[in-house]
Design a protein around this ligand. Structure first.
Ligand SMILES: O=c1ccn([C@@H]2O[C@H](COP(=O)(O)OP(=O)(O)O[C@H]3O[C@H](CO)[C@@H](O)[C@H](O)[C@H]3O)[C@@H](O)[C@H]2O)c(=O)[nH]1
Length: 461
């Protein structure tokens, strides 16, 4: 039977920045709200909608708005600044039309938005809707950017400077997000990260994809400026506690996952015998780095499953797939959560994107960190020194991780006695992550609080 407006607690639009690392956590959060009785409409740009490979997240509805670049998205704009500007103008108009359209059926009560798109707040104000900013990077990283935004952390940093920010351990310049440590690099991306805070005090809710015990001090510290609520990890409960079996599909993929091949291959491997390697949806490795990684994987004692996106494939050494067919599988995209949850997976060589970091931590997989840019060096610092669930591969004077170092790191986390602490911690964090999103856990309580406020808001309308 069709559900009517009265069957839902409230109707939320959820609007991610159009990239895989932002859509995934937003969609998983949307699913959680939907399971709790909130009607959800995922809103994506027309271009993203065209490029996506699958969407199977019933009962979540899908609608599109325009960023002004329906044919080519970000790549069609001459710069990130031009893209953001156009997205703000055209997005404001088309998002407003969407809100108007729903006035006669499921009137919208709230918009959950990515603070990369801070203009959405103005749309919520225009229509008198509840606004909820959802940060998809760690609270530590958000806190660093906030201090730069407030000019409490002055740039450029000195190379030897110890950086003291409330809520965070002492950090070195190299632990900072790359836009800060490499002063002047990617100025337009940096501006977007700082702009997240320009109107944040006007948002009704500030949600972060993290959990209380993981970033306790920094969450408490940030709460002095903003009422930050941790709602993560946004991992489908299927993987965490095996409860909602229908929650398994990823739902929204920009790249096509080679799922059956990967899972069949993993199933034929012994427990904890596979090194999983992926650098997320954006990172572009130097050809030299690909070569070193390939040689390291070829000579290590373990099997490997390596995700090399089609756009990166030409950098692979010739004949690598054939030469390593007995011990390795190279695919253009995989169902990462299923891979991390598989018993054959023993460790993860990662670029330390925040989703990959949280997913591995929540599924108890030890890490070899190879941060590339943006927030990844900060995530790596926490992986090795705070949560102690992995090690960071050392770079040489060219900025490359050499093959011998790759082998050393794999051995360290997979086999050696010295990696015992890491493996134990990985198991420990898996439990703590599960507790956070279990019924009554710290993140679950925050989500319930958010939903209750939506209920009281809609009942007074
Ligand atoms: O074969 C693959 C590889 C990745 N994934 C998924 O893709 C997402 C990748 O996200 P993430 O690990 O965060 O990496 P990026 O795609 O690089 O994400 C960007 O966005 C993140 C959130 O803002 C930042 O933390 C990163 O540094 C930034 O590069 C994760 O959910 C993975 O599970 C797959 O499903 N299959």
């Amino acid at each position: 039977m069709e559900r009517g407006k009265e069957d839902y607690i409230a109707h939320c639009l959820i609007l991610p920045y159009p990239s895989q690392g932002h859509v995934n956590p937003m969609l998983q959060f949307a699913k959680r709200l939907s399971h709790k009785g909130v009607k959800i409409t995922l809103v994506v740009t027309k271009f993203l909608h065209k490029t996506m490979q699958e969407f199977s997240s019933f009962p979540i509805s899908l609608e599109t708005i325009s960023d002004g670049f329906d044919e080519g998205g970000r790549a069609q704009a001459e710069s990130l600044a031009a893209y953001r500007n156009q997205f703000r103008l055209v997005g404001t108009e088309t998002l407003s039309e969407l809100v108007e359209k729903h006035k006669t059926d499921y009137a919208v009560d709230c918009i959950i938005y990515d603070p990369f798109l801070s203009w959405v707040l103005d749309v919520t104000k225009k229509f008198g809707l509840v606004s909820a900013a959802l940060f998809t990077q760690s609270c530590s990283v958000d806190n660093i950017y906030y201090h730069v935004y407030k000019k409490e952390l002055k740039l450029p940093l000195l190379e030897t400077q110890k950086i003291m920010i409330p809520g965070l351990p002492p950090l070195e310049s190299s632990d900072m997000p790359s836009f800060i440590s490499v002063h002047g690099s990617h100025p337009e991306s940096f501006e977007m990260l700082l702009d997240q805070f320009q109107n944040l005090e006007k948002a009704n809710w500030i949600l972060v994809n993290t959990f209380h015990k993981l970033e306790e001090e920094v969450i408490n510290s940030m709460t002095r400026f903003f009422p930050v609520k941790a709602i993560g990890p946004t991992i489908p409960s299927m993987y965490i506690d095996q409860r909602l079996k229908d929650d398994k599909e990823y739902g929204f993929s920009i790249f096509k996952p080679i799922s059956d091949v990967c899972i069949k291959w993993l199933t034929e491997r012994a427990s904890r015998s596979v090194v999983y390697v992926s650098f997320g949806s954006l990172a572009q490795l130097e050809a030299e780095q690909m070569e070193e990684l390939a040689q390291g994987l070829k000579t290590c004692n373990e099997y490997f499953l390596w995700v090399v996106r089609s756009s990166e494939e030409s950098k692979l050494p010739e004949n690598l797939s054939e030469e390593t067919s007995k011990k390795g599988l190279i695919v253009s995209w995989c169902p990462q959560l299923e891979v991390l949850a598989h018993k054959a997976t023993g460790c993860f060589i990662t670029h330390c994107g925040w989703n990959s970091t949280l997913e591995a931590l929540s599924l108890g997989v030890p890490l070899v960190a190879m941060p590339q840019w943006t927030d990844q060096s900060t995530n790596s610092k926490f992986i090795k020194d705070v949560w102690k669930i992995g090690i960071e591969a050392k770079i040489d004077e060219r900025g490359i991780v050499e093959r011998a170092e790759i082998v050393r790191c794999i051995n360290h986390v997979m086999e050696g006695e010295e990696g015992e602490e890491i493996r134990t911690n990985a198991k420990k964090w898996k439990e703590i992550a599960r507790e956070a999103i279990d019924e009554g856990g710290s993140s679950d309580k925050n989500i319930e609080e958010f939903i209750s406020s939506l209920m009281s808001n809609t009942s007074t309308q």
